[in-house]
Ligand binder design. Structure first.
Ligand code: TYM
Length: 331
């Protein structure tokens, strides 16, 4: 039934708990688009170890990420859900692609530049090669669409470049050339404490990000304390990044346009916008958090979904890898 549908694939790195940025920029769109595509969603734990992880927390977060996908509305009967390290073809294809990727193109990756700055003298080579593993993730499944936030656009572009290079060398039908899907609203949710920086899982300030594990009370407190400018009028403009961020969160979740939302705040104060946004997030994220907790408690269901998923993924990824080896001349 799903065979005639194009493939959609995406993933989250379980390097920490997921944030509302991951939810709005990625997860929500996976849910919206899932019926139109043959879907593959996974937890990229091999990507997570490009920065140091505590082993116990990494295990927990790897499972929690997939539990979150289901809690947010991904139907495990329709989508294939799995964990990257359970499908060895990802690491195998990544090696091959590494041999067809240039140091120059990898050194231009914005995320590498940002993340490597935080590593001091010893930058893991894995951080540099990170986009190659992501290219392998995508190309193994002959993916048509990759729904991601703005920060991953460059990684989908390099994936396309690598795929085109390989296709030119080994045959036009080797890899399908994927497209990124970047949502029109909410592709870059900003930190609540510094609205000029992206909201990040690894924000050292826990008040900068709303995590999908946060209690209702924590969500309310964080959003009410969100940093804004010293003005009073609620409008969407460049000089008001904190206000823009709250308006964007509302627009992404409610589906209303920014001007509609701005109009509903005529004569109101920043405080009103903060309280409404906080309540909206509690209403939206509360049930996802509770459902995730339930799934994490009844681990047997999750483990079964992941075992089935990994089997399907190995099968599909295996076909592509076999063809790559054959065309390159690898025994
Ligand atoms: P990761 O784990 O950093 O983020 C997961 C998804 O969330 C999006 N995102 C955001 N969107 C809006 N606002 C934000 N503040 C925000 N922060 C994160 C990201 O764009 C992403 O869509 N390398 C990827 C994971 C990955 C992947 C893949 C994705 C590995 N292989 C194959 C797609 C296809 C990453 O680290 O995302």
């Amino acid at each position: 039934m799903t065979e005639s549908k194009k493939t959609m694939l995406s993933a989250v790195a379980p390097s920490n708990r997921l944030t509302v940025g991951n939810y709005i920029g990625a997860l929500r769109n996976w849910v919206k688009l899932q019926d139109q595509y043959d879907c593959w969603f996974f937890s990229v734990n091999l990507h997570a170890i490009t920065v140091r992880q505590d082993p116990t927390e990494l295990l927990e977060q790897t499972y929690r990420a997939v539990a979150c996908y289901i809690a947010a509305g991904i139907d495990p009967k329709k989508a294939t859900l799995f964990i990257q390290s359970q499908v060895p073809q990802h690491a195998e294809l990544a090696w091959v692609l590494n041999c067809f990727t240039y140091m120059g193109e990898l050194s231009r990756m914005t995320q590498y530049k940002d993340k490597s700055l935080k590593q001091g003298q010893n930058i893991p080579a894995g951080l540099f090669n990170y986009p190659v593993l992501m290219a392998a993730d995508i190309l193994l499944y002959q993916t048509a669409l990759v729904p991601v936030g703005e920060d991953q656009k460059q990684h989908v572009e390099i994936t396309r470049d690598i795929a085109l290079r390989m296709n030119n060398l080994y045959g036009k039908d080797l890899f399908r050339i994927p497209e990124a899907y970047i949502p029109p609203v909410g592709a870059r949710i900003m930190s609540l404490q510094n609205p000029l920086a992206k909201m990040s899982k690894s924000d050292p300030d826990p008040n900068g990000a709303v995590y999908l594990t946060d209690t209702n009370d924590q969500i309310l407190k964080k959003v009410k304390r969100a940093v804004t400018d010293s003005g009073t009028e609620i409008t969407y403009e460049e000089t008001k990044p904190g206000i823009n961020n709250l308006l964007t969160i509302q627009a992404a979740i409610t589906g209303k346009t920014i001007p509609e939302i701005v109009n509903s705040y005529i004569g109101k104060q920043y405080g009103h916008l903060k309280v409404d946004t906080a309540n909206l997030l509690v209403e939206t994220l509360g049930p996802i958090r509770d459902k995730t907790d339930e799934l994490m408690k009844d681990r047997s269901y999750l483990l079964q979904v992941l075992e089935d998923g990994a089997e399907r993924a190995r099968e599909r990824a295996g076909q592509t890898l076999k063809e790559v080896y054959r065309r390159i001349g690898l025994v």
